[in-house]
Design a protein around this ligand. Structure first.
Ligand code: ADP
Length: 334
């Protein structure tokens, strides 16, 4: 099981919930998003209105669910959480929409993965707070209009570009979440450590932050694994050395690469001389699904400048050779 991207186990989910910032003030980093959202919410509150629909885009674990909960809390509204893949039929969406209370926040994670008919129903619901429920089939089918109470849709997606423009345009406010700076992640680690009642020094927090791929969820997860190690092997206090030793056990290296990331790089370098090699070939070489390599390992490797996606295939950069302690082959004469 992968440490950094694996589906959190039950205990992890409970801890994750406990570590969520409860209001904008507690939310670390993302200065611009926080400032803009604060204005949107304050203005809506002052008007006594329901907040505009909000689209949050960004990689997993950057705080989209957390922000949606904060939006509900700041508006004093209840929240309903669902996701695009959970909505198979337009009827599923109609059932959810028609049961919303006035002002309720509907968080729709992975909104780009909703079915087409549901998406079309959502257009009307967002714009006119109305849906047409289709009753019957074939020529006898009739559309029964249904009024909805005003609500705030908070949509989340990994990339805003994945949404069809008509859907994207119906959001009053779009926030793009960036990866976090090391200093911000250190604050996340310190905050979580204190909530978990774990003692950690500045270097220990920096060590964990540096391996967290710019992602608070990963920072929190690594912190919990380092805490386990510290409890069993030392006096429970997390220092730089304890963090480094613990993360070595979990095969998370100094740059935050885990076993799969390194397997991909190693195959690329050792079997294919650094590429170019096709994605499918590379995936077979590491014994993983194409999608896993493409969606789980590659984005981070690309972002770290270790791998490039080219029209001819995947290519390792010089930094990849250095990172794995290998010597690149000598460039061939043209
Ligand atoms: P997403 O919905 O984008 O996948 P989440 O909102 O579930 O991400 O956040 C994952 C974890 O990271 C949560 O446990 C949350 O506590 C933590 N987290 C995310 N953003 C922040 C932040 N800005 N400050 C502190 N903790 C954060």
């Amino acid at each position: 099981e992968r440490l950094v991207e694996s589906v959190a186990d039950r205990e992890d989910q409970a801890v994750e919930a406990a570590l969520r910032p409860k209001d904008l003030g507690e939310f670390i980093g993302q200065e611009k998003v926080r400032e803009q959202l604060d204005l949107v919410l304050r203005a809506a509150r002052a008007r006594g209105a329901t907040a505009d629909h909000v689209l949050l885009s960004g990689a997993p674990g950057l705080g989209k669910t957390t922000l949606s909960m904060i939006i509900a809390a700041e508006m004093g509204a209840p929240i309903r959480i669902t996701s695009g893949p959970a909505i198979q039929h337009a009827g599923d969406l109609a059932a959810i929409l028609s049961s919303l209370q006035e002002g309720e926040v509907l968080f729709l994670d992975e909104i780009h993965r909703m079915s087409r008919p549901a998406e079309e129903m959502l257009y009307m619901a967002m714009e006119d707070f109305r849906v047409d429920v289709i009753v019957g089939k074939g020529p006898g089918a009739t559309a029964i209009p249904l009024e909805l109470p005003p609500f705030t849709l908070v949509g989340a997606t990994t990339r805003a570009g994945l949404l069809p423009p008509p859907l994207r345009d119906r959001f009053g406010f779009t926030a793009h979440m960036e990866f976090y700076e090391p200093g911000e992640l250190e604050r996340v680690v310190h905050r979580s450590a204190s909530l978990l009642d774990v003692e950690i020094d500045a270097d220990g927090a920096a060590e964990i932050a540096g391996r967290s791929r710019g992602t608070p969820r990963i920072a929190n997860r690594l912190l919990r694994r380092v805490r386990d190690y510290a409890q069993v092997k030392t006096d429970g206090r997390i220092t730089k050395d304890v963090a480094a030793a613990a993360l070595a056990v979990y095969e998370v290296d100094a740059r935050g690469l885990d076993r799969l990331d390194r397997a991909v790089l190693e195959a690329l370098l050792k079997l294919f001389g650094g590429g170019p090699v096709g994605l499918s070939t590379l995936a077979v070489a590491v014994g993983e699904e194409r999608e896993t390599v493409e969606e789980v390992a590659e984005p981070f490797l690309v972002r770290e400048g270790l791998l490039a996606r080219t029209p001819r295939g995947r290519v390792a950069t010089p930094a990849a050779w250095t990172h794995l302690g290998l010597t690149p082959p000598r460039p061939q004469a043209p």
